[in-house]
Design a protein around this ligand. Sequence first.
Ligand SMILES: NC(=O)c1ccc[n+]([C@@H]2O[C@H](COP(=O)([O-])OP(=O)(O)OC[C@H]3O[C@@H](n4cnc5c(N)ncnc54)[C@H](O)[C@@H]3O)[C@@H](O)[C@H]2O)c1
Length: 314
Amino acid sequence: MTLFDAFRYDGKRALVVGGASGMGAATAELLQDAGAEVVVMDFADVTLPGAKAIQVNLADAASIDAAVDELGGQVDTLFSCAGVADGTPGIEKINFIGHRHLIDRLLAKHMLPRGSAIGFISSAEGLGWEANLPLLNELLDTPDFDSAARWVQEHGKADYMSMKQAICAYVARQAFPLLKEGIRINAICPGPTDTPLAQANKEMWLGFGSDYRGEVGVEASTPLLQRLGDRWPGVLAETRRLLRSAVTDAERSTRATSSSMVMWVSLSSGRIGPVNCGLVGTTWPNRSSSPGPDRLKSGTAAPTCALWPAADTV
Ligand SMILES: NC(=O)c1ccc[n+]([C@@H]2O[C@H](COP(=O)([O-])OP(=O)(O)OC[C@H]3O[C@@H](n4cnc5c(N)ncnc54)[C@H](O)[C@@H]3O)[C@@H](O)[C@H]2O)c1
């Protein structure tokens, strides 16, 4: 048995929101390779053969409701990938509020059963969310799509960083209540990744961190596509090496995406194992030490993936 076999999705139904392009598309392909039945929701056309495509506009609550109705049954795993850049009208809805509404609808309709999992793509821009938790909690306290959208407008927070921080805070806050329902949730916070979205905002998105990438001689990450399966053992070995060693922040950030993809898919593979605690949005224990159950209960940390080996066993 290969390591990839251990992460297979045979018999699982996976929903990828934002799976028409970039990291979401790579995730959808990888899930198919791993045996999942894949449903892709996106505003753009979905070209992945064999995937059920459902059109959705995350900026429109009615469109989300219709898309969930079209889903027609439970999903074992939800990947919330869709996102847009600063300057896009409705960014607050597309990047956070719409995703939250979609999850609320799935929960209300009992479409996320025990053992299911939710994986979000936040961003390195979302890091530092803890410092803004009181304000972010006000947003999270809003009960629905419209009130959340109103709050964002009133507080001038319709921007990329605020909505990525909102994802991190949401994931941390929901981790414990959802876990009581047997549902895991976490987010990754990728750094620059060469996708259509990043190319459209190349100077800023791919320029970020280019100084240290230049010095250490590495390129921006890529979504990895289906070849990850072949490379999996190497990626895991590399991740273990990073966990063992005290890496510098720069090194950690540079390598984040390749390792996070392992984390990303394993997070949602739907198998419940021992829950290991890690900070939301990080791909391995980060600057602080593992927070433990107290932070999980207080809503400031999320469980990492079930299949991920605990740091002390790596
Ligand atoms: N590329 C990077 O450097 C980078 C870094 C950190 C985080 N991210 C995040 O990763 C995620 C994926 O981004 P990507 O770089 O793969 O970009 P991408 O543009 O390739 O993919 C984003 C997807 O979201 C979909 N989408 C946009 N508006 C939508 C709407 N209104 N309703 C439904 N779907 C909509 C797009 O059609 C597209 O398929 C985003 O959340 C992004 O913020 C990207």
